[in-house]
Design a protein around this ligand. Structure first.
Ligand SMILES: Nc1ncnc2c1ncn2[C@@H]1O[C@H](COP(=O)(O)OP(=O)(O)OP(=O)(O)O)[C@@H](O)[C@H]1O
Length: 255
């Protein structure tokens, strides 16, 4: 179980998170939703210790992150919001780097690396530089790296962006089976159909504030027959002073 307690993050002049408190249970797929800039990545980066919250705390299974940082980091596999990193390295070099950081035994690493590379259709590309890859291939490389150590907590920031339909299907299956083992799967997405299909629970952020956390079923029951997209847009959607698609299309209503 992961708990965020009164988390605040201020970047210079931007308050990215405002008093965020929520609980993420084990054995569920937990989604973070929110418009661009709502604070999803900031929340996930705080959990994986890439950034330090301004105040508040995070605990994993009752252990305070600030006091048990290294042990908790070893339990987490993280897919960052951009796959454009380590562009000079080959995919294999990148996976080696992860394997040594997590001290994965050689045999286990070779087995998992071969399985994951095959699943995501990356075996033939393993010795090519990441910089030569398409966006989706970079994303696959990062996803494989995150899952390579077989971590029990998955923190995936928009993991499906750029992936092909087969890879999306396979990743969703992996996420389901990981959660079914009682482990933790956390991801952020802008694709509400995916969130509705995949998440057991979710959190919706708006301008750094939590506006909903709880089960997807419960949220859907508040508006019978409405999709998560409809409900989400009602909760987190456009402010009155923003232009509508109709305004941009000259008010024809043909949208
Ligand atoms: N390194 C940074 N320095 C300054 N401001 C930042 C930094 N990182 C994020 N922010 C700001 O914090 C706020 C939250 O950003 P964050 O990346 O967490 O949003 P997000 O919900 O992940 O957005 P997106 O859906 O676009 O990825 C935004 O206003 C953003 O501009």
């Amino acid at each position: 179980m992961i708990t965020f307690n009164h988390l605040q993050k201020v970047y210079e002049s931007t308050q990215a998170l405002k008093d965020l408190s929520l609980t993420i249970p084990n054995g569920k797929i937990f989604g973070f939703l929110g418009h661009n800039g709502a604070g999803k990545s900031t929340t996930l980066k705080s959990l994986v210790s890439i950034i330090e919250p301004t105040s508040g705390s995070i605990a994993v299974d009752g252990y305070e992150l600030a006091e048990h940082r290294l042990d908790i980091k070893r339990r987490i596999g993280y897919v960052p919001d951009s796959p454009d990193m380590f562009l000079e390295l080959t995919a294999n070099d990148y996976w080696d780097l992860i394997a040594s950081a997590y001290q994965i035994p050689k045999e286990k690493r070779e087995r998992r690396q071969a399985e994951l590379a095959q699943l995501f259709d990356m075996t033939a590309h393993a010795d090519s530089p990441i910089g030569d890859f398409s966006h989706g291939m970079r994303q696959k490389t990062i996803v494989i790296g995150a899952l390579l150590p077989d971590p029990d907590i998955w923190v995936l920031d928009e993991p499906m962006t750029g992936l092909d339909p087969q890879a999306i299907y396979d990743l969703k299956q992996l996420m389901r089976s990981h959660a079914a083992k009682g482990k933790t799967v956390i991801f952020s997405t802008h694709v509400l159909a995916t969130a509705q299909e995949l998440c057991d629970e979710l959190a919706i952020l708006r301008h750094g504030e939590l506006i909903y956390t709880g089960s997807v079923k419960q949220l859907l029951s508040t508006m019978p027959d409405a999709s998560l997209e409809t409900i989400y847009l009602k909760m987190a959607g456009r402010q009155a002073d923003q232009a509508t698609v109709n305004d941009l299309e000259g008010g024809t209503g043909n949208v």
